[in-house]
Design a binder for this molecule. Structure first.
Ligand code: NAP
Length: 307
């Protein structure tokens, strides 16, 4: 039943030809499974809520047994990766712990950014080595997910032996293992959401405002997204203080007044967000020394009076 020989110590699980299962093979689970196969890991069961999804996942991964039973998928694997939505992880852990499968020495890891390995306590109590393994990447489409793993950080925490093995696994996949303490995971994930998901929402505001220029989202994207890429590159190279350009960094009060006139035509939540971010930009410009405290105060007053 267990993927390693009885009596063999879990810390000695061999990396090559290591057997793995993926429970919940969606946008993340599928490319992760495929990459593991490419690196010589051997898939056991692949489970999803529906058999149709599980079969599609196996076709994508290139091997494995499709099933809707998580316990059945896990049998025969020494590494069990739970890549279901966060809300299902607790119930999957209970399902595994109640399944009668022997967990001693196997690694059970989930891929949630916000939850810690404590979510796997039911199966940990049965002897599994529990961990969390979170690739800090945004995988919207499984097909381009493979590329996304290269050189990206994977946050790992959990039982020390599991962490050691997962760190080696991440390196084998081309990622960078990083340690995030379990008590810091919610904050770690909140920051990821702010700089990634919230950025997507912010961009959607901008692209929708392109309607005023007669542009659809796609056309507005072609016009503005190269600017976004350049800006992110600048932040990577210089940090946010030196990367800030634009009228606030130059203290161009008249330009901000001009913007104020067109802001009226935009939705209230767009205007609120713009005011909030403009105040933050003013603080960055002050920190950069490109505006004086007097100009910063004038800008702050003007921003506060914007519609
Ligand atoms: N996508 C990302 O960018 C990303 C990045 C890092 C970490 N993560 C983490 O990875 C996990 C999965 O995210 P995702 O974006 O890949 O989700 P997803 O695309 O929605 O895929 C979830 C998969 O889980 C299956 N599933 C749902 N409930 C299940 C259950 N009780 N038992 C077995 N399978 C179940 C679904 O099956 P059906 O298709 O049959 O419904 C689906 O295949 C989350 O913890 C997320 O925080 C995601």
């Amino acid at each position: 039943m267990c993927g390693r020989r009885p009596g063999r110590r879990p810390g000695l699980i061999a990396m090559t030809r290591m057997t793995f299962s993926i429970l919940g093979a969606g946008r993340l689970g599928k490319p992760l499974g495929r990459l593991l196969v490419r690196r010589g890991f051997v898939p056991a069961g692949i489970s999803c809520r529906t058999l149709r999804s599980a079969k599609q996942a196996v076709a994508f991964i290139g091997a494995g047994r499709p099933t809707t039973s998580n316990a059945e998928a896990a049998v025969g694997a020494s590494l069990i990766l739970i890549a279901t939505p966060d809300r299902a992880i607790g119930s999957v852990a209970r399902e595994l712990s109640d399944s009668g499968v022997r967990w001693g020495g196997r690694i059970v890891a989930h891929t949630s950014g916000a939850l810690a390995s404590g979510a796997l306590d039911p199966v940990r109590r049965r002897g599994a080595l529990a961990a969390s393994l979170h690739p800090l990447a945004s995988i919207a489409d499984s097909r381009e997910g493979l590329r996304r793993f290269q050189g990206i950080p994977f946050a790992i925490e959990g039982d020390p032996r599991a962490v050691r093995i997962l760190r080696r696994l991440v390196t084998t996949l081309g990622g960078l293992p990083v340690t995030i303490p379990r008590q810091a995971k919610a904050l770690y994930h909140l920051i990821a959401c702010l700089v990634s998901n919230d950025l997507v929402a912010l961009l959607s505001f901008g692209l929708d405002a392109g309607r005023g220029l007669g542009l659809g989202r796609r056309e507005a994207g072609r016009l503005y997204l190269p600017l976004v890429l350049g800006t992110v590159e600048n932040v990577m190279r210089l940090g946010p203080v030196k990367a800030l350009t634009g009228p606030i960094s130059r203290g161009d009060v008249a330009t901000l007044r001009l913007h104020g006139e067109v802001l009226r035509s935009l939705p209230a939540d767009f205007r609120k967000l713009h005011r909030l971010l403009s105040l933050r930009a003013t603080a960055l410009a002050l920190e950069a020394g490109t505006i004086t405290p007097e100009i910063a105060a004038r800008l702050a007053r003007l921003i506060g009076s914007l519609p």
